[in-house]
Design a binder for this molecule. Structure first.
Ligand SMILES: [Zn+2]
Length: 199
């Protein structure tokens, strides 16, 4: 029952959008959603929940917190996931795609999963959610401030140590375990840690 209502709602939304000349949401659909107590369990929202449980294969962070899921669209039995890769050619991308297809494809409402890689807008480190930053930090991986997105990878940057908060750190190697990460060394507590490139 819920499934039927959800699909009808989504179809109605698409129809209304076309008829009203591109308005994102018609008042009819707005009222329909607001009066339906089950609207929180739409297929799309459950897909987001499933995506939030998929971790990046190389970092302790979910792909939703990493900010690489641009949007989700439902078209009948087809779920279309728009993914913004962190780094062109990052080998983890294929593993992520396969995991998305496996997990979302296991939903009874989904017959087909389509993944589209989009590069505009590009992924940037400031797309990582605050919860994602906290989780990375707990694992010794820091993320650049969104305010200071720089391209100069060779120059040492004052990156705060995730263990002791000291800014007395230096770039140890621009080549981390993946192309997305760099190794830093903290002079204060003598720990190495990883820092995600700002792009
Ligand atoms: Zn330190």
């Amino acid at each position: 029952m819920v499934r039927d209502a959800t699909l009808r709602l989504l179809n109605g939304q698409a129809t209304a959008r076309d008829a009203s000349g591109g308005l994102p949401f018609s008042s009819f659909c707005y009222n329909w959603v607001m009066s339906d107590p089950t609207h929180n369990s739409t297929v799309e929202q459950r897909i987001w929940t499933i995506l939030a449980e998929i971790d990046d294969p190389e970092m302790p962070i979910s792909i939703v917190d990493l900010g690489i899921i641009e949007r989700v669209e439902i078209d009948g039995g087809t779920a279309r996931i728009f993914v913004t890769p962190t780094f062109t050619g990052c080998p983890a991308l294929q593993m992520i795609d396969e995991q998305i297809v496996r997990s979302v494809g296991a939903m009874p409402e989904v017959q087909e999963v389509e993944i589209e890689h989009i590069f505009d807008p590009p992924w940037r480190a400031d797309r990582i959610t605050p919860a994602g930053r906290e989780r990375l930090r707990a694992h010794g991986v820091t993320v650049p401030d969104g305010k200071f997105v720089r391209l100069n990878l060779a120059r040492d940057e004052a990156v705060a140590c995730p263990f002791c908060d000291s800014r007395d750190t230096r770039l140890d190697s621009p080549f981390g375990p993946t192309r997305c990460r760099m190794i830093y060394y903290c002079t204060a507590c003598r720990n190495s840690f990883e820092h995600i490139k700002a792009l």
